[in-house]
Ligand binder design. Structure first.
Ligand SMILES: Nc1ncnc2c1ncn2[C@@H]1O[C@H](COP(=O)(O)OP(=O)(O)OP(=O)(O)O)[C@@H](O)[C@H]1O
Ligand SMILES: Cc1ncc(CO)c(N)n1
Length: 277
């Protein structure tokens, strides 16, 4: 059997719910061989982030070089990148012509409010990394922070998607998990030609830690398998819906999603619509 392989370049979440740990769990659940390059360690649990300890730039460079020069990857994902120096390292690899499809989850701030990317590195991420990505996956606060457009309406979210696409990624996915007072959640995928809407009921739970990482990791795994972007997003949305629907209490705060839920779950109520630009 030949393995399908994926690499995550992200921060470690000691609590196991987000970051590298969520990515590797997701890859494994989807039978994709997972590898990691750690940008920073976080001391983190369900209550918050107690500390952030960046890996040296030398260590980050060496991890990516080790993995790609020997094992290789069918798709790569980034999560927490911490600062511009570390973005530069990732971009120096991503520039190479044989670099695998890159999914950039533009992680900026933890749910509990701790910065995971330095404010001054935001522009560098947009200008230096987005042009190499097949997909970027901002949530609503990240999309707003990158464009200074309030994402309050569907029209505004479409404008945000159009603006973010100008940075050069092949597609943009605006995630709707932060939608307040909603019964349904819609994620919008835009590739310059079509808007695809993926809608599911909103699950009422406070255990949403790691949804964004898990979603982007599942998209990366399905991309590594060779699915089209639309099919990868659809399959990943089902995976994360199932993981959220089975999230149990762990710790005293916002617990993690349950990555193994798809093993026993039967489907998920995800509706899809498409609209031409
Ligand atoms: N309560 C919910 N019910 C159903 N789906 C949800 C819910 N919350 C998030 N999702 C889905 O989970 C995925 C991740 O979206 P979200 O906007 O929460 O990402 P994020 O904010 O980056 O995650 P994180 O909480 O890890 O920072 C999307 O597909 C979104 O639609
Ligand atoms: C390490 C890490 N990456 C990403 C997130 C965002 O969920 C987090 N809380 N921690």
């Amino acid at each position: 059997m030949t393995y399908t392989k994926a690499l995550t370049i992200a921060g470690s979440d000691s609590g196991g719910g987000a970051g590298i740990q969520a990515d590797l769990k997701t890859f494994q659940e989807l039978e994709v061989y997972g590898m990691s390059a750690i940008t920073a360690l976080t001391a983190q649990n369900t209550v918050g982030v107690q500390g952030v300890y960046p890996a040296s730039t030398e260590a980050l460079h060496a991890q990516i070089e080790s993995v790609l020069s020997d094992i290789g990857a069918d798709a790569i994902k980034t999560g927490m990148l911490y600062d511009e120096e570390r973005i530069d390292i990732v971009a120096s690899f991503a520039k190479k012509s044989n670099f695998p499809p890159l999914i950039v989850d533009p992680v900026m701030i933890s749910t509990s409010g701790t910065p995971l990317l330095k404010e001054e590195a935001k522009q560098a991420m947009m200008e230096k990394l987005f042009p190499h990505a097949v997909l970027i996956t901002p949530n609503i606060p990240e999309a707003e922070a990158m464009t200074n457009i309030s994402a309050s309406s569907l029209k505004a979210r479409k404008d945000i998607a159009r603006e973010l696409l100008t940075f050069g990624s092949e597609a943009v996915l605006i995630k709707g998990g932060h939608e307040e007072d909603a019964d349904e959640i819609t994620d919008i995928l835009f590739d310059g030609a079509e808007f695809h809407y993926f809608t599911s009921p909103k699950i009422s739970t406070s255990h949403t830690h790691g949804t964004g990482c898990t979603f982007a990791a599942a998209i990366t795994a399905y991309t590594a398998m060779g699915k089209s972007m639309h099919d990868a997003v659809r399959a990943a949305k089902i995976f994360v819906y199932q993981a959220l629907s089975r999230a149990e209490t762990i710790g005293s705060g916002a617990g993690p999603v349950y990555h193994a839920a798809h093993r026993t779950a039967e489907g998920a109520p995800v509706k899809m619509e498409v609209e031409r630009e």
